[in-house]
Design a protein around this ligand. Sequence first.
Ligand code: NAD
Length: 448
Amino acid sequence: MIQELIAQQRAYYHSGQTRALPIRLLQLQKLYDGIQTYETKILDALKQDLNKSQFEAYVTEIGYTLKEISFVKKHLGRWMKPQKVKGTLLQAGGKGRIVPEPYGVTLIIAPWNYPFQLAMAPLIGAIAAGNTAIVKPSELTPHVSAVIAELLREVYAEEYIAVVEGGVEISTELLAQPFDHIFFTGSVAVGKIVMEAAAKRLTPVTLELGGKSPCIVHDDANLEVAARRIVWGKFVNAGQTCVAPDYVYVHKHVKDKLIALIREEIQKQYANPLQGEGYVRIVSERHFQRLASFLTNGNVLAGGKVNQEKLIIEPTLLGNVTWDDAVMQEEIFGPILPMFEYEDLDRVIQTILQHPKPLALYAFTESKRVEDEIVTRISYGGGCINDTIFHLGSPYLPFGGVGESGMGSYHGEYSFRAFSHYKSVLRQSSKFDLKFRYYPSESALKFI
Ligand code: NAD
């Protein structure tokens, strides 16, 4: 059945019906309208799967997606235009151009943490670039997966955009098929499986992965702002955000003050987390157990309580943690924030450099010198100075990882690029011919 679907999509793609600008704009508008029609169902599904509040669901999933569609629609015509480039002397009379063309039949595999947005945002890129797509949502958020399937089936014909629901087995079956591009969002471990499968057919991939994203608070930082933005960026979605600050390095001179401010901020932003009011739950019992086991690492400076029945873990700050503790051995991906103190920034940088390149990095400092040192010496996907996770909200900034945190990027024009091949075309004139370019000719060497 999957083979048949791919064959249908390939035939549809080759019929040329995905290509013209007005068609792409229309299809994007159909997605926009469909999301608006399904808004209540999407919100309900997010509530059921993750206990997402309407506010959080709208801001981080639905609103974000609608804004991205509007942005892409506004600029798509310009992105699609072939770019003229200069020729060389030997190509006199010729004209070079770079033509973005769709890859063809694409596969999008999505995770569960922002289960709607992380399926839709790549899809926007796939449609904008003129591809067909098969979307495989996460099985861990089954209600959202079902709504995505219903919505896309209502809006699109399957030979253009299709949804295939399921878990590892289905994903594995999909990965064995001949796609022209695979866009995967998920863990580093599964990213490796995806790349291995893609390698068998030399299918290009975009890998949006995860990892441990550091947050450095220097002694000259605005601590009130730092505390507010760290608490917001870490505990939104109960820490189940790929770019959430994973751990904090704070300068020893400001450590106590930052701890007090973080405690206050947690109180302000999450008054009654254990009841799940306005606070997201952990996605599954297995993930809950994994996270709960970290609560014995170091000592609890804030939070630390759990509601097992509702799969809720309080926003938690941990002190006295070491890199040997379990909480520092893997991406936390939950509402637990270990904190280290430092005196020498160079040692912090050295420590980060000894670990895989992070997806994100945050630094709070008023010093341009400190900022420059961090930005130039550490390789990471992207990040913020004096904020957390907000960089992903800009369609002007490419979003993606580097090294183990991923390859390729998307959002805004970068989504269009992620789903396009840039084809080089040299159009030569046949009106005249430079004879000296042909063999045997020594003079051609002068122009090379
Ligand atoms: P995951 O890797 O377990 O699953 C992602 C997708 O892959 C799901 O659709 C799942 O069905 C499929 N999958 C799982 N195991 C598979 C296998 N063996 N073979 C083929 N497919 C398989 O990730 P997750 O738990 O859904 O998401 C959490 C991870 O994703 C975290 O590491 C997080 O940092 C990362 N993430 C990254 C981004 C980003 O934009 N860079 C965004 C969100 C999440």
